[in-house]
Design a protein around this ligand. Structure first.
Ligand code: FES
Length: 381
């Protein structure tokens, strides 16, 4: 984030503290619960949001070496992302072109080729079909046309984006718009992967993202975890097309009052929450980065799966460093997985009751309203 933006946002936070205010939406928003409970709505989301938009698949630090790969099945199609021999990140459908077996699971290093576990066909890291056991039995087959099917991918500023449609147009610069330079400013390419966890929960995928989009609940739900670190019910909101930035100030921001404005550094005194539309929450914490990449599970409106990725500025080479980051991860899990998500599951089960047909978003929840409105607009277009 550039210095002038850090100064502007710090001024806004300090003014809110002086006036006991927060950023407000223009009006209260009523949000139909069908957005979380309708199978037709989920079908549209899968068809549009998880096919037509670039999805964040990870950070450059997750694919450090030639041959490093990671897989992702949750967009609805099996994807493998790999660092090829020339150092470029590439994405392929994780499907063997013989009889369709999965090539690899999880993440790891493929070496020089992907070797199919079924009959042993092998593919270069550029997707080319290299080897066929008993090749004579496939005489006449167009070997060159039997490489892995490639997906559009762009690695930009340390972030790896994939469009889960082979012939689609990634259009990343247009998609990120004015948010692109701000993301670039963080130097994500220099971060190191610490840990990824996969979490499954019985709630609609968008409720996971809603969880991050207001601090109105901090003083109540998180009274014993992150509540004391932040100001409850105080945030800044800014939309960037369908994306957004929510600034959650830490109590330590008050110390900036003693420093000249030109020296103000906002990041150490906040959690900066970005929604990278449609399904990623990127949290710029004071000393590390978390990404939450959230997907629906199959055709279930009330089930989701997410990757929580922890990226850190230096490699964790010592026991002391590992202890520090394990504690950080534990606090994150205790706050979100043990406090937020159980509430979210209760919300989801309440949708089956006749309690109400719409949720209400207060004016003090502008980021939440922006996210849900952006989803509404995308699936309606
Ligand atoms: S399905 Fe992969 S080699 Fe046969």
């Amino acid at each position: 984030m550039d210095q002038s933006t850090q100064i502007r946002l710090t001024r806004e936070v300090l003014a809110h503290l002086d006036n006991r205010t927060t950023d407000l939406a223009d009006e209260v928003m009523y949000h139909d619960i069908a957005a979380y409970a309708s199978p037709q709505r989920l079908a549209l989301e899968k068809q549009i949001l998880f096919r037509k938009y670039p999805l964040l698949m990870g950070m450059s630090g997750q694919l450090c070496a030639r041959g490093d790969y990671l897989t992702d099945d949750y967009s609805g199609i099996p994807i493998v992302v790999v660092r090829d021999r020339a150092g470029a990140a590439r994405a392929f459908l994780n499907v063997c072109r013989h009889r369709g077996a999965r090539l690899v699971d999880g993440c790891g290093n493929a070496g020089r080729v992907f070797s199919c576990p079924y009959h042993g066909w092998s593919y270069g890291l550029d997707g080319r079909l290299m080897g066929i056991p008993d090749q004579d039995s496939f005489t006449g087959m167009d070997k060159a046309g039997r490489g892995l099917v490639e997906l559009p991918l762009m690695e930009r500023d340390g972030l790896i984006w994939v469009l889960p449609e082979p012939d689609g147009d990634l259009g990343l610069a247009k998609h990120l718009g004015e948010l692109g330079p701000e993301l670039a400013s963080y130097g994500f390419g220099d971060y190191h992967h610490y840990e990824t966890r996969v979490i499954r929960r019985k709630l609609n995928w968008k409720i996971v993202i809603d969880t991050f989009l207001e601090p109105y609940h901090f003083g109540v739900l998180h009274a014993d975890t992150v509540g004391p670190i932040f100001f409850p019910n105080l945030c800044l909101f800014e939309g960037f097309g369908p994306h957004l930035r929510e600034t959650l100030p830490r109590r330590s921001i008050e110390t900036l009052r003693q420093q000249p404005e030109a020296e103000w550094a906002l990041v150490p005194h906040t959690a900066l929450v970005y929604v990278l539309f449609p399904n990623t929450v990127l949290v710029m914490q004071a000393d590390h980065v978390e990404t939450w990449r959230v997907y629906p599970v199959d055709d279930k409106v009330d089930e989701c799966v997410m990757y929580l990725d922890f990226l850190i500025p230096e490699p964790a080479d010592t026991d002391k460093a590992k202890l520090h980051w394990d504690r950080n991860m534990d606090l994150t899990i205790r706050t979100v997985d043990e406090e937020d998500f159980p509430v979210g599951e209760g919300i989801q089960s309440g949708f089956a009751s006749p309690a109400q047909t719409a949720l209400v978003f207060g004016r003090n929840e502008p980021a939440l309203a922006h996210f849900q409105r952006s989803i509404n607009e995308a699936v309606a277009s």
